[in-house]
Each structure stands twice: as structure tokens, then as C-alpha cells.
Design a protein around this ligand. Sequence first.
Ligand code: GGG
Length: 356
Amino acid sequence: RTMATVARQSLKVGLIPGDGIGKEVVPATREVLKALGKDIPKPEFIELAAGFETFQRVGVALPAETVQALREECDCAIFGAVSSPTKKVVGYSSPIVQLRKELDLYANIRPVVSVATNDSAARKVDLIVVRENTECLYVKDENLMIGERGREARATRLITEYASKRIGKMAFELALGRPRRQLTIIHKSNVLSVTDGLFRETIRSIPQLPESAGRYDGVRIEEQIVDSAVYKLFREPEIYDVLVAPNLYGDILSDAAAALVGSLGLVPSVNAGDSFVMGEPVHGSAPDIEGKGIANPLATIRSTALMLRHLGYERPAVRIDNAVTQAIRSGFVTPDCGGKYSTQDVLGKVVDFIES
Ligand code: GGG
């Protein structure tokens, strides 16, 4: 499902590097979009702040100006990565979780695809994890209290029919556009029968809604308990096509699926709503390799392609994807993929392939 293509003089792209290697990979978006030449409206870039380093500098992780610029000035955006402390820091709240809510980017679409190589043992993976982006435990309603046996921490897990329906529709639309037309609903309703039960039932009922009018009749619906889905993902990844999951399961499943295609550094995503789209590499801020110049830019480059595709620019998106495939096939990869090349080397090669 893409947003209706709008005639534009220019494409205004918000760049939010965030923390750690986010700052090293997000510049790739500039180079790649510039390399597309006349295939897209002239790109203009607006650098925006967010992240833990921003919090340390100015006292908020997501400045109001960033949200305002995204809403009022940008056609789309790329978000790099964020490092949130694992211990509570007073006043800090994850900017990416907040941003998805502020812009109502309710779907996180994460395609995980293997690049065909000469290695006959390599597994063929071609799936999309569609992660609900606004609810589940990520509403971050957590409380610490003193109970009968000492400290007790509780969290609210929110699942609504409204959010389950809209993420389900997005997933059905994606499944419709794929050859296998298969949708697997991920849940744990054998244990969480109320919350996951609502998620599962709501999505199952979408084809019968009057407004669906038979549109999804050709989509085969499957379902899988989340733990068994992880098992099958590692044993038989080829059985999956589109998976739709509540926020937490989707977050975990998509990182796990990334292991099947070589590296988290290869896996892109978009955060999509009905009127805005923001690309985001699935990987985090990777403090272990920060500053070494070896961060893999391919997830960001592929997220840029996904963002364009969502805006209706299919041909330039294909040019980027093909260039990434060529770079991988010719061994131009960073150390996380077994290569010896730097972020800049890989980016340079992708740009060459786009321009050739
Ligand atoms: N680009 C994905 C990313 O930054 N992942 C790390 C993440 O989601 N962290 C959550 C947070 O730090 O708030």
C-alpha cells in the first residue's frame, strides 16, 4: 500500500541521525537520493535532532522543533538509531517510540530478504514482518510499587480493536501485492487470551468486514503462536510470507529474522501512517563499533528505497535495491557481513551502481 503519488517540485527529507552509528549511516540517504538524479523530485534535506545525546545536550530526547519540522516541512524522513539507557533516567523517554506515536506511524514494515548467492546452503528468505507500532507494552505505562513481598513492577499492555484493525488492513494489503498472498498472524492467545485474543480475532475478521468487499478473499490466513513462530523461522524461514504481530513480538521477530540473512545491518524498515512515512534501519546505535567507520550503511540505504516505494516512487526504489544487491554480490560489504570495507567504501560502491 503506497501513499498516493503527489506531484512535487522537490522532495523534502527530514534526516534524524540519532545516536551512535545512526550518525554514520544516515548521511548515506543524502548520497543515494542525489545519485538518482531526475528520477525523483530534487531532494532537499532538513537535519533534525533526537536521541539520548540530544537529551544530554538540551534536556529532551525529542525536541518539539523536530516534530514540528517533520509535520510542517517534510514529505518523509529517515531515522537512524537511538541508544536508550537500560536504567530509568528521570525525564528521558525514547524518542523513536514517541515519534511513532506523535506522527501516528502505526505500522513498522520490515522486509527480510536474502540475496541469492552461489552458496547452495544459503537459506531463501523473503518475508515481511508487519509490526504494530503504537501499542502493546510500548505504551510504557510502568509502575514500581511495594507489594507484600517487596518491590513489584507492573506494566500495562494495551491492544485495541482500532489499532489491530488498521495494522491488519495494512498487512492484508501487503500480502495482496505478493505472489504467495499469505498472511500469518502472530500471537500468544493460548496464554494472553484477552489481549492477544483481541488482536488475533480482529485481524481474522477483516476479510468479512463489509468494507473489505471480498478484496482479501485471495489471501491465505495462517496463525502461529509467537514462540513456535520463532522456532519455525529458524527451521523453515521459507514458509513465511507476510507476518503481522503486536509491537513487542514484531520487534523481536524482525531482529531474529535478520540473523537469517547475514546481518542486522542489512535489514530496513519504514514506519508508515496514512499521511507520513519514515525509513529506519532495524539495527540500533551499536556503541561497540561507533566511530570506527565500519557501520553497515545498507539497512539505511534500503530503508531509503522503502520510503520512496511507499511514496509511490517505485522505479528509483528498484534502482537502489538493485545497486545494493550488486554491492553484496560483488563482496563490497562491511565486517558484520564478513567483508573488509568501510561505511564509505560500501556507500561509494552503491552510488556507483546506481549511477551506472
Ligand atoms: N533503528 C532502530 C533502533 O534505534 N533500535 C534501537 C531501539 O529501538 N531502541 C529503543 C530505544 O532506545 O528507545
